[in-house]
Design a protein around this ligand. Structure first.
Ligand SMILES: C[S@@+](CC[C@H](N)C(=O)[O-])C[C@H]1O[C@@H](n2cnc3c(N)ncnc32)[C@H](O)[C@@H]1O
Length: 316
């Protein structure tokens, strides 16, 4: 397996906030092409446990594993299972956690993975190889549920039209390719003045649904609260507003600040478990010029306090 091609996004900022210590243990929740992991291992005498749900990403990391055998562990799993993964590896607490959400360039550019409307391929979109694919979903789901996926996860104002068109077409003939789906959408959303391709939001929505991306994000935030050492840092780079909103809200609640509504009481029954260590950060102009895929990135970081975690499931 060749090395996966992916330019790490906001790498310097991620490392800066993680502030790695020699002998520390860091979790790279989204190994991908290994950009964060490699820099951590090259620059510090630390250990990294790297996770990816995509077995290709993990296979491509085996070379790195040879170089850093006793400092790198690769795990093919979902980061939402972090607590079980740590338990299985007899790890109680960690010094830092990094996430670079979404798909890698390698996944996006591989037509056979079905993530891109720009490349014809099977309508798959699974980052791992288990569970329902995008075509499984759109060929079986009812219109109301499909509408909700496209509307909520894609924030698509034409969700009604698009979901109706998909149901109409799939009832005649199941939809199996990215091109078929993209054509169906383009026919009903032509003439809108948007700069983005008409299928962009629907593809994003299906990808989020297929990979349960928002559930995964909520699970890792709670896991970070349970597993970070006091002073340990979680750094998250996200690429769309749904993800960023979840991170922002979690950090804001857990750091004792209540956002948006000044009439809500500050949670007094629990002590803050996180301290914000930066405002939201965007990539520099230079990074965006060199790597246009970084343009929508937003980085947030918070440091674990020594307060007890909030009770399980307390995700506001
Ligand atoms: C944007 S890439 C990460 C790139 C990496 N930072 C680098 O520098 O090469 C995101 C990776 O995270 C993985 N991923 C996304 N969601 C995941 C999840 N819930 N659990 C495990 N891996 C996930 C994807 O399969 C993909 O390989």
């Amino acid at each position: 397996m060749n090395q996966i091609n992916h330019t790490p996004v906001m790498l310097n900022e991620v490392l800066n906030f993680l502030n790695p210590k020699n002998k520390g243990l860091y979790i790279d929740c989204t190994f991908g092409g290994g950009g964060y992991t490699k820099s951590l291992l090259n620059s510090y005498d630390c250990k990294v446990l790297a996770i990816d749900r995509d077995s290709f990403a993990i296979q491509s990391g085996l070379k790195l594993r040879k170089t850093y055998s006793n400092r790198l562990k690769l795990v093919n799993d979902c980061f939402g299972n972090l607590e079980e993964i740590l338990d299985n590896n007899k790890i109680l607490k960690v010094n830092g956690i990094a996430l670079d959400l979404g798909v890698s360039s390698f996944q996006l550019d591989s037509a056979e993975r079905g993530f891109s409307f720009k490349k014809n391929g099977p309508l798959d979109m699974r980052m791992g190889s288990i569970g329902k694919s995008a075509s499984d979903i759109i060929n079986t789901i009812d219109q109301e549920s499909l509408y909700k996926i496209i509307r909520i996860f894609g924030e698509e104002k034409y969700a009604n039209r698009i979901s109706k068109a998909i149901i109409l077409c799939r009832d005649k003939k199941p939809i199996h390719t990215t091109e078929e789906l993209s054509l169906i959408i383009s026919k009903v959303v032509k003439g809108n003045n948007s700069k983005i391709h008409p299928a962009t939001r629907t593809f994003q929505a299906l990808r989020i649904a297929v990979n349960r991306e928002l559930e995964e994000l909520k699970k890792i935030l709670v896991a970070a609260e349970n597993k970070l050492l006091p002073g340990g840092v979680i750094v998250i780079v996200s690429f769309h507003s749904l993800e960023d909103r979840i991170v922002k809200k979690f950090f804001s609640d857990r750091s004792g600040k209540v956002s948006n509504n000044r009439h809500l009481p500050i949670k007094e029954k629990y002590f803050p478990t996180f301290e914000l260590i930066t405002k939201v950060l965007r990539p520099s102009d230079k990074e965006v010029r060199n790597n246009p895929r970084s343009r929508s990135a937003k980085l947030r970081a918070a440091m674990r306090t020594s307060a007890e975690p909030w009770p399980e499931g307390e995700f506001v």
